[in-house]
Design a protein around this ligand. Sequence first.
Ligand code: NAD
Length: 524
Amino acid sequence: MTDFKLTYATMFDPPAELHTGFDKAIAKQKANLGREYGMLIDGRIILSDEKMEDYSPIDVGMKLAIMQKGDETHAQAAIEAARDAFPTWSRTPWQERIKLLRKAADLIDKRIFDLGAAMTLEVGKNRMEALGDVAETAELIRYSCDQVEENKGFVVEMGKDPLVGYKARNISRLRPYGVWLVISPFNFPFALTGGPAGAALAAGNTVIVKPSSDTPWIVRLLVDCFVDAGFPKGVVNFVTGPGRTLGQALVDSPDIDGVTFTGSLNVGMNIYRDFGGGKYVRPTILELGGKNPAIVSRNADLERAALGIVRSAFGLQGQKCSACSRVIVEEPVYEELLSRVKELTEKLVIGDPSSKETYLGPVINKSAYHDFKIFTEEISEAGAKFITGGNVRTEGDLSKGFYCEPTLVTDLPLTHRIWKEELFLPITTIAKVKSLDEAMEIANDVDYGLTAGFYGNDEEVEWFFDKIEAGVVYANRPQGASTGAWPGFQPFGGWKGSGSSGKNAGGHYYVQLYMHEQIQTLIK
Ligand code: NAD
């Protein structure tokens, strides 16, 4: 590739070879669909009696892969394998651990087109979003490696006690916990499996990854990168099966030492309670949902605001935890912003996400498609207005998949539940307010606190950064009002119901979450 650096903020204008590479890869993947993939436990491919057939949301007749429907016995086998591998892996010098991780990251980069193509077919992401998810994963893994390296394995010489007649040596050492469970969601299946797994491994833990049942194939291809990089057996284990059975068995096990769960608030809170039901407290990193606002002041650059809002509202069909699902606008610029947002939204191309022109692919599955119909009905019944969208699309090939229009809603009473609940669909509600203080009150009046965007003048921006309750906040950003964080630039994490650790992934304080401190005192 050229010196173009792909991030979610640069992806709008990629070089031509990126398209050529992707087109070739899509053809290659489509020619090889329907293979069976096993789980990976203790370095062995494991097949289960029951299978899960994996179909594309683009075309429900397109069988992508046959995956294993693992159960409690597989959960147990994976735990045993990870536990057996831990003593050696945790004592492997960190330099060797990160060498392997960097090799896996390089393999991910090398395979970016094949992986991106598989992601498009399985998740329904448009090509740039899919390539972004893959590239981000390699960066997240490298970021954890860099942190371990810069901190020299997190071994720090402490002060010496002022003892008379003795010499004291005190060392602070961060050490891995043991077996780390990574449960990932469907929408960023690569980055949100590979990122946490990479941090856990860099820290010296062994891992078990369990992907969403909507996206087991792409995560299996990620695990191949770890296998091909040469990770010892049992260090990375991969199990597939329903969250409620296999996932729950992992969460309920006393032999899991820490968990990173990325997914919805409800499932996350249940995991928090269940995991907390053990004999003692174990680290629980939760990365949960969002109901992300964009506030537009009367002093805003409306062109920037409109672009940023539309990109963040409808990228990945509104199925980003960081999606801009609420827009709050000061009265004097309301009509003008509304008309520009509507105009830009109506230009978005809906269709097969593997094609170059498409911005919106399908939503992930039948249940999300059904939810879209229910929510739009509810919005109509509440007397709100659809500025644009509001329908599913079924013409031509769109009838084969789960396509929903990008939908903008006004005049929905602020007391309506849709202002507070995460829909995870291409539906964004817009409200008019008299002042920025009123806007801020609405913005913060939700259980979530993941991302937020603001458009206004410099003084207002400082006020916004100070008052907004969210973990990732952007000002005057046309590349995305609330979306598009990139490791190393915008470490990602949430406040309130959006996250548990208070430290963002891909940032300074993340890899440390995967280790506990030991102070080693020796008196001579
Ligand atoms: P989900 O909560 O339905 O599922 C997430 C994962 O949990 C899946 O792998 C699922 O199989 C598993 N699971 C379900 N029940 C389980 C159980 N009882 N025990 C163990 N595992 C179980 O989420 P989803 O629909 O896949 O993803 C969308 C959600 O994820 C949204 O709420 C979104 O905001 C959130 N998300 C958050 C972030 C973040 O960084 N904060 C990033 C991406 C997605």
